[in-house]
Design a protein around this ligand. Structure first.
Ligand code: TRH
Length: 363
């Protein structure tokens, strides 16, 4: 391990939802646990981390959890020193006093802007490029997560897939279909629930609180649980991150959203449907298409049509009932494709390891 670059600071500004803090927390934990780094996670809203990691006390300015020092990035936070590696998550803009501390450090820290995940090919070309600060003697590098060997990879803990397989061994074989439904409130959940209700097999659908439950409650009324034909629709508590992973491993189909749950559903290896985070001017649909272009490689034409249709109607509306019926009718082929997809992705370096290597190369 490079003794230089022992101290890492990660800065996270929570915009909305859980994705920003989810990614930062996962990365921080992994850098500490697998790479022996001393990590401080500066977050402007520590309360947003508490549901993912219940050990966090949202009212404390500094605390240690899972080997990571969690610090409240408040207006009055004191930045007495900069770390050797500084991660600015999702262009969150470092505080001016911290930038000054970086500029006066010797040697200068390795400064990374960790970008949002996209499968668009331009990200490969932008991964790792340097951007000198206009006035301070500092250089910022753009680090792009992604699905190709030319970018920074995906977050994947060392023992993740082994643990998944150990957990699942000896399970399965029951006659019901278990589904997790993590989505935004714009998703056409009503039509999906109607489709679940008509399934020949019993369906259990787990609905986390917040936007997914709000969308379901709006359609079905009341607070649940609900019985709709052959489907049992059950509100679930928001789970600590590792328990949520286990839910994804166990379920037969996972509806996921945003960035981090989307990646975790892929590691689960089960058929999944992604609702992408909406952007102005439908920029998200370009990203959705770029992902499907990569993910569908190796599917035959019929299977690709089925998968694209399901993802598209879930994101933009359309005939959910027929898209879902086709998706389920092709379940075994989609599951087989996903386990190949996981193997391909797992053969690439994981994001934390790629980041450590990249920063070491900048010393
Ligand atoms: O919450 P999100 O919609 O986050 C989004 C995206 O990240 C998007 O890119 C970003 O710009 C926007 O927020 C502001 O979806 P995401 O990324 O899946 O994050 C959810 C996190 O919550 C993820 O780390 C998994 C975690 N989670 C749990 O730990 N327990 C749970 O029970 C559930 C449902 C989720």
């Amino acid at each position: 391990m490079a003794a230089m670059q022992l101290h890492w600071d990660i800065f996270c500004r929570v915009i909305d939802n859980y994705g920003d803090i989810g990614v930062c927390w996962r990365l921080a934990r992994q850098l500490a646990a697998e790479h022996g780094r001393r990590v401080r996670l500066w977050v402007d809203d520590p309360a947003s981390l508490q549901p993912l990691c219940p050990a966090v006390d949202a009212n404390v300015d500094g605390q240690l959890c899972s080997g990571v020092e969690i610090r409240h990035w408040s207006d009055t936070a004191l930045f007495n020193r900069s770390a050797e590696v500084v991660i600015e998550a999702f262009a969150c803009d470092l505080p001016a006093p911290y930038l000054e501390a970086m500029a006066s450090a010797n040697p200068k820290p390795c400064w990374i802007n960790l970008e949002y995940l996209t499968a668009e090919s331009w990200a490969d070309g932008c991964h790792g490029i340097a951007s000198p600060h206009p006035s301070l003697p500092l250089v910022k590098y753009f680090f792009f997560p992604g699905f190709s060997g030319a970018c920074g990879g995906l977050l994947r803990e060392k023992n993740l897939l082994g643990e998944r397989d150990r957990t699942l061994s000896g399970t399965g074989g029951n006659n019901e279909i278990e589904i997790s439904l993590f989505c935004y409130d714009t998703a056409p959940v009503g039509a999906l629930i109607d489709s679940f209700a008509k399934m020949p097999k019993p369906v259990t659908c787990h609905v986390p609180p917040g936007k997914p439950l709000a969308a379901v409650s709006q359609y079905l009324g009341g607070a649940g649980p609900w019985r709709c034909g052959n489907a049992s629709i059950r509100p679930t508590p928001f789970m600590p991150m590792d328990d949520y992973d286990r839910l994804l491993w166990r379920c037969d189909v996972n509806f996921v959203r945003g960035e981090d749950s989307f990646v975790r559903a892929q590691w689960a290896g089960k058929p999944f449907v992604w609702q992408i985070y909406r952007q102005d001017e439908d920029a998200h649909l370009v990203k959705l298409d770029a992902f499907l272009d990569l993910y569908c490689v190796g599917m035959d034409e019929k299977l690709e049509t089925v998968v694209r249709e399901m993802f598209l109607v879930w994101n933009t509306g359309g005939n959910i009932e027929s898209a879902w019926a086709n998706f389920i009718a092709n379940y075994a082929d989609i599951a087989r494709h996903n386990s190949n997809w996981v193997n391909t992705q797992a053969a690439l370096p994981d994001l934390a390891s790629a980041l450590v290597k990249f920063c070491t190369s900048k010393v």
